[in-house]
Design a protein around this ligand. Structure first.
Ligand SMILES: C[S@@+](CC[C@H](N)C(=O)[O-])C[C@H]1O[C@@H](n2cnc3c(N)ncnc32)[C@H](O)[C@@H]1O
Length: 263
């Protein structure tokens, strides 16, 4: 069940304006090797990266549990060159096998329970072709990036698909590894956003989301448990190696028997 931030078509329409492609996209595009590789973008969202891989001649599948996000992805230029599947990481079940599976935009942090993480990594491992790799990132908890997610520092106006909204983030709870924050969308009249039944009268929509901040040893342990023991670690999108002070924990993992994906 996708969270509200990805289930509401208005919020899906604003996603790219709020999350423009950055250095992470270039990093992942650089992992594919020569075309055509078989690539799965798990948690593909609005499909920006999936379509970029397809434009480079790769055979691409984009999977996401949120129908509203996939609707944006399908309508994107080049969206007809990608196979789209409505599924989350744990529920993926296709006969296809992939040379590269990516999970970008901190999708890994939406796996809140140990069981979710185990099920997701096992399912993705089963979908690797011999020699295939899984690449994803999670924010380093030591950096406490969530401390910057406050109204003063994050306020911005976003416009897309005829919608205009003033947006900011705010932290509502920090409990161990779990950080809950709210995204506030205030749709302006000028945007002509149709009010939904649960919108506040002033056009405000508040979307809570919880993320798990797991440290690198914990990520490594979950990967090993899934049979993904050959791991290269990076700490930032410029390819710097992971250190305990890195902003990101980026894992590129393969199965422990060379030439095979994890079972
Ligand atoms: C922050 S967006 C990232 C989208 C895209 N990968 C990007 O980099 O822009 C998170 C996406 O993960 C999806 N998602 C949520 N739970 C998921 C799960 N269990 N498995 C895979 N994707 C999931 C959401 O529907 C949403 O589209």
């Amino acid at each position: 069940m996708p969270s509200a931030s990805y289930a509401d078509p208005r919020l899906a329409a604003l996603y790219d304006a709020l999350n423009p492609a950055g250095a992470a996209a270039a990093f992942y595009l650089g992992l594919a090797g020569p075309a055509p590789a078989r690539i799965l973008d798990m948690g593909c969202g609005t499909g920006l990266l999936a379509c970029e891989f397809a434009a480079r001649g790769h055979h691409v599948t984009g999977a996401d549990p949120a129908a509203a996000m996939l609707a944006v992805a399908r309508a994107r230029p080049g969206g007809d060159r990608v196979r789209w599947i409505e599924a989350g990481a744990a529920s993926l079940a296709t006969r296809a096998r992939f040379d590269l599976i990516i999970m970008t935009g901190h999708v890994f942090q939406l796996l809140l329970e140990d069981g979710d993480v185990r099920a997701a990594l096992r399912a993705l491992g089963r979908h690797l072709a011999p020699g295939g790799r899984i690449a994803f990132e999670t924010r380093n908890p030591a950096v406490r990036e969530w401390q910057d997610w406050n109204p003063r520092d994050t306020r911005q106006r976003v416009e897309a698909a005829g919608l205009v909204a003033d947006v900011h983030y705010d932290i509502s709870a920090v409990a161990g590894e779990l950080v809950t924050y709210e995204t506030w969308f205030r749709f302006t009249e000028a945007g002509g956003a149709p009010a939904a039944a649960d919108d506040a009268p002033d056009g405000t929509v508040v979307v809570p989301e919880t993320l798990r901040f797991m440290d690198q040893p914990a990520v490594a342990a979950f990967l090993a448990e899934a049979g993904l023991t050959q791991v290269t670690w990076y700490g930032d999108w410029d390819g710097a190696p992971y250190t305990p002070a890195s902003p990101e924990i980026i894992a590129i993992a393969a199965g422990d028997r060379p030439g095979t994906g994890a079972e």
